[in-house]
Design a binder for this molecule. Structure first.
Ligand SMILES: [Zn+2]
Length: 386
């Protein structure tokens, strides 16, 4: 059973690679390039399976032989997956640095085995350091452990250049591309191939990878990632078929929605000190950016409250443990609509680039007045609307 998610699109390329491999004409070094998040590394791993599969050539990759299963579980000893990792803190000898980077890579691989849909953190300091290229080279000159050949997948290969210690890393890698050991397949992937050293680009066969069409991407997001159909379609459209980018959006949005619920719950039942702390947790500037999106999410939460109230649905399920108790049900619709007016006003203040902390504090106070007065259990139930 493969743990790797199925490919999204790329069936034309798969056919081409299958035919090339069956004719034993797979080049020794490839560059898969195309937009971010379309599954280039996933496709590279599939090509790895194609090269390592033990079935008859016409059936590769069969998905069932021990080699295919090991690739699917990211456990094939001859499939080496490299990608940028953050630089370990402190200064180290090159030996120690190589060991630490290798540990970080192994840790990330374990996380990917655990969660094959994992969207790695976008760490701008992450790079493919010289010490990592040394590790890759020493693996490349060793004999394959069990199969006919070794496969090296190097994701985000352009990150060999721009960060620290880099021309060296890229040049060391160049030596490997100049004289690749027999039976070695090296697959680079990059969404910014223009940032690769020209000398590297000239030594690899560049293959353009395009995003899946929107329908395929939406179906994938629904079937593989388990997103609701409408969300899957919306994210597929916004990410222009790049399912990896869509997953990143889904993750970011889930966090935003949680934050919006926290905001409304805090207004409904938080103490003034809690409201103050929440307002202070916003950045003091940049109201037109992230803060405006927060306001959008708060408005959506309020709209959802109205829908649920009119349908008399209990939604206490959205209450995280440890949060102040705040039964958001039974809120009168007119008060919720007033709340939306307050959000609208906050949005105007944000458009004028006001201070997000101040805007949030005012909004929390106004929502608190509406929600507490309205709710029979609210502390200010008898205090009037002020
Ligand atoms: Zn196989």
């Amino acid at each position: 059973m493969s743990k790797l998610p199925e490919l999204c699109g790329h069936s034309d390329l798969q056919d081409r690679f299958r035919a090339t491999a069956a004719a034993a004409r797979l080049p020794q070094s490839l560059l898969l390039h195309g937009p971010d998040g379309i599954g280039k590394q996933r496709l590279a791993l599939w090509i790895g399976a194609l090269a390592l599969c033990e079935a008859a050539p016409a059936r590769r990759p069969c998905g069932e032989c021990p080699a295919c299963r090991m690739v699917g579980g990211l456990q094939h000893p001859d499939l080496h997956w490299f990608f940028p990792v953050g630089r370990p803190k402190g200064s180290h000898t090159s030996q120690k640095l190589r060991q630490l980077l290798e540990e970080a890579r192994m840790e990330e691989l374990a996380a990917r085995r655990e969660n094959p849909l994992r969207v790695p953190d976008d760490d701008p300091s992450a790079a493919i350091y010289l010490a990592m290229v040394d590790e890759l080279r020493s693996r490349a000159v060793s004999r394959p452990a069990i199969g006919r050949n070794s496969v090296f997948v190097v994701g985000d290969a352009e990150r060999m250049v721009p960060q620290a210690s880099s021309p060296e890393a890229a040049n060391a890698f160049l030596k490997l591309l100049e004289e690749p050991p027999a039976d070695t397949l090296i697959i680079l992937t990059s969404s910014r191939p223009g940032s690769l050293l020209p000398t590297i680009r000239s030594r690899v066969l560049a293959v353009r990878v395009t995003p899946a069409d929107l329908e395929t991407a939406a179906a994938w997001l629904e079937r593989v990632a388990g997103l609701p159909p409408a969300t899957a379609r919306e994210l597929a459209r916004r990410a222009q078929g790049a399912v990896g980018a869509a997953l990143r959006m889904a993750e970011g949005e889930a966090a935003d929605v949680d934050a919006a619920w926290r905001f409304v719950r805090c207004a409904a039942s938080g103490e003034p000190a809690q409201r103050f702390a929440l307002a202070a947790s916003f950045p003091p500037s940049g109201a037109r950016g992230g803060f405006s999106r927060t306001l959008d999410r708060i408005e959506e939460v309020l709209r959802e409250c109205i829908t649920r109230t009119t349908r008399s649905v209990d939604f206490s399920w959205h209450q995280a443990p440890g949060d102040p108790a705040s039964p958001l049900d039974e809120l009168p619709v007119d008060r919720l609509i007033s709340c939306m007016d307050h959000v609208e006003e906050a949005r105007r203040a944000a458009a004028g680039n006001g201070n997000p902390q101040a805007i949030a504090a005012v909004l929390l106070a106004r929502l608190a007045r509406e929600l507490r007065h309205a709710h029979p259990g609210g502390r200010n139930a008898t205090a009037g609307r002020g």
